[in-house]
Design a binder for this molecule. Structure first.
Ligand code: NAD
Length: 322
């Protein structure tokens, strides 16, 4: 039996499904944490994934990985929330959101009851809504409740641009902002490669079609899900990048879903803007110099999320409880 020290560098992953298990594996390869605890209502699944991960220990940089409890999670620096409702074919987005909200609320309540005081990183979809649900219940400063937001979409955007422009994705400074979903906004006006704006850079390649790129980025997940039933590698890598920025206190700027307090006139919602991430979570929310059209699109994205929150709240509590 392994003794787990509460002082160790520990992460908890709640939900050991496709996203949770892939995240645990990616974290293990990156050797960011000494201890990884998996929690799932399906205990057999969590135990099996933990055992499978432990099999890699002798050939990788070893981590203690086990299927545990919320008491184990209480000492973790970060709790990643990937527990969500699986989609049932024709089920509406709203009904999925309501079922996921009930799961997220239950998990966060259990974390809070166990005395968890670290950072909650929410990946469960719809991620901007689930981050708000988590923040309302966690009893933690909003800076400690972060949604993965549009970091994944941003990674897809940079990959799409890289393929079209023959430049490494890491050399492209470009972001997707707003909702992680259909109303997301590609901030083309602020995108740069070595200080050149994209239109200038792309001139030699015959130009770019921003609308086509935005649609490709927005619809990428649908195509992957059509082929394999879920997505996992992209989101797991985005989760690892956020964890790394926090654990290493990098003050890295990443587009993630943060509780907004008036930025671009948006208040009381989770939505993605570039954020400075460090040891204490979200240190600052930055205001990029967007074009007028992008600001309008960002505010429309906020309206879409606000409407979804209010419909979800009505379904969860009834209209009188809002
Ligand atoms: N934010 C993003 O960019 C992004 C990308 C991909 C997937 N996701 C989301 O991540 C979530 C997980 O996706 P997945 O493919 O891993 O799904 P999955 O069904 O494989 O895994 C979900 C896991 O949650 C567990 N679970 C359910 N209720 C629980 C509870 N109350 N406590 C603990 N565990 C519980 C289930 O047993 C299951 O193992 C979904 O909401 C999905 O939409 C988000």
């Amino acid at each position: 039996v392994i003794e787990h020290s509460s002082a160790a560098n520990r992460i908890a992953i709640i939900g050991a499904g496709h996203v949770g298990a892939t995240t645990a594996y990616a974290l293990m390869l990156r050797a960011l944490f000494q201890e990884i605890v998996l929690i799932d209502s399906n205990e057999g699944l969590a135990s099996a994934e933990a055992a499978d991960l432990r099999d890699a220990n002798a050939l990788a940089r070893p981590a203690r990985v086990w299927a545990g409890t919320y008491a184990d999670a209480s000492a973790a620096r970060i709790a990643v929330l990937t527990a969500g409702a699986a989609s049932h074919g024709a089920e509406s987005r709203l009904s999925l959101a309501v079922r996921s909200a009930a799961i997220v609320a239950k998990c966060v309540d259990q974390l809070a009851d166990a005395g968890f005081a670290g950072i909650i990183l929410v990946a469960a979809n719809p991620v901007d809504l689930m981050s708000l649900v988590a923040c309302r219940r966690a009893g933690l400063p909003a800076a400690q409740v972060i949604g993965t937001g549009t970091l994944l979409d941003t990674s897809r955007l940079r990959q799409e641009l890289a393929a079209r422009l023959c430049v490494a994705p890491a050399s492209i400074d470009a972001m997707v902002l707003g909702e992680h979903g259909d109303s997301e906004v590609v901030a083309f006006s602020t995108s740069r490669i070595s200080g050149l704006d994209l239109a200038d850079f792309a001139f030699a390649q015959g130009g770019l079609n921003p609308a086509e790129i935005a649609a490709d980025v927005r619809d990428a997940a649908y195509e992957i899900i059509a082929g394999k039933g879920y997505t996992s590698f992209g989101i797991a890598t985005a989760i690892v990048r956020i964890c790394e920025a926090i654990v290493r206190d990098e003050h890295a700027v990443l587009p993630v879903s943060a509780f907004l307090t008036g930025q671009f006139g948006i208040d009381g919602l989770y939505l993605s803007l570039p954020c400075v991430l460090g040891r204490s979570g979200i240190e600052r929310v930055l205001l990029p110099q967007l074009s007028d059209e992008e600001i309008v699109a960002l505010q429309a994205s906020a309206t879409a999320v606000r409407n979804a929150v209010s419909t979800m709240d009505t379904a969860l509590n009834g209209p009188e409880a809002r």
